[in-house]
Design a protein around this ligand. Structure first.
Ligand SMILES: [Zn+2]
Length: 269
């Protein structure tokens, strides 16, 4: 298996692109639009130095910037992760769990106060408290901008851990999911969702999504009760890119009790 960020992971011809998945030229076009967004003046004000630096980084990525903000590197990293999981558990039946931990949510404009190492420690404590810290799993810290169609609650950033694990540990993951707090006045109605994986590539690709979305929630009595997903608007896109630029894609991984592996999938402790 090629190393993370090896040329192999950047070449579309090595992969079957899923329906609607952008190809290299489209990814570059999106990234270029982000560069423009970062450099654009706001109401006559020059963008901050930090924004200009992130714009330079994204513009000059020659497939090696290794920034979590970079669509090209994050896509390569996602491809690597999917194959790493398949090689790690070639025979096992796998499931995914999406764990939403309310204390990780942040108001818009406040994402900088979320630090990945402490978020991962918090998740680890949830596993410990539910006596599930022995479960081997590969998780990824995803983040979305949650908004309500009718303003029922304030917009916020909702970090969540998307975890993949052998299905035999489903009861353990259910314990973790059930231990997470629920708040009836927030969008978090199901803090832990567990799904068996039937189609590896398709479902694993929900892990480590290289591009964040805005989830628009509706009241549950509405006929449009399912949240719809859009790309981020400009202020949130800028906030997220600045935050992501302080990490590499593999720093977003949450690993627990994962066996030895030749690449950089390592044990957390
Ligand atoms: Zn890059």
């Amino acid at each position: 298996m090629a190393e993370p960020l090896a040329e192999y992971w950047f070449k579309d011809s090595n992969f079957d692109l899923r329906q609607g998945e952008p190809d290299q030229a489209q990814r570059q076009a999106v990234q270029q639009s982000w560069v423009k967004t970062l450099r654009r003046r706001d109401h006559g004000q020059s963008p901050s130095q930090e924004r200009l630096e992130v714009a330079d980084l994204l513009e000059s990525c020659n497939r090696r910037c290794n920034s979590a903000a970079c669509l090209l590197c994050a896509t390569a990293s996602q491809r690597w992760l999917i194959e790493a999981i398949q090689e790690l558990w070639p025979e096992e039946s796998l499931s995914t769990a999406t764990l939403i931990i309310p204390s990780l949510t942040r108001p818009l404009g406040n994402l900088h106060s979320l630090r990945l190492p402490s978020a991962k420690r918090l998740i680890h404590r949830k596993f410990e408290a539910a006596e599930a810290e022995h479960v081997p799993l590969v998780g990824f810290l995803d983040i979305s901008h949650n908004t309500h169609a009718h303003g029922a609650w304030p917009d916020h950033w909702a970090p969540h851990a998307v975890c993949c694990f052998p299905s035999e540990f489903t009861p353990d993951l259910k314990r973790v999911a059930e231990s997470l707090p629920r708040d009836p006045h927030s969008p978090i109605k199901r803090p832990g969702r567990i799904d068996p994986i039937e189609n590896d590539e398709e479902q694993l690709s929900y892990m480590a999504k290289p591009r964040a979305t805005r989830r628009i929630n509706f009241d549950s009595f509405s006929s449009k009760a399912r949240p719809s997903k859009r790309w981020l608007k400009r202020p949130e896109l800028i906030e997220l890119l600045l935050w992501l630029s302080t990490y590499s894609p593999d720093e977003r991984l949450y690993l627990q009790n994962v066996r030895r592996y030749q690449d950089r999938l390592t044990h957390l402790r």
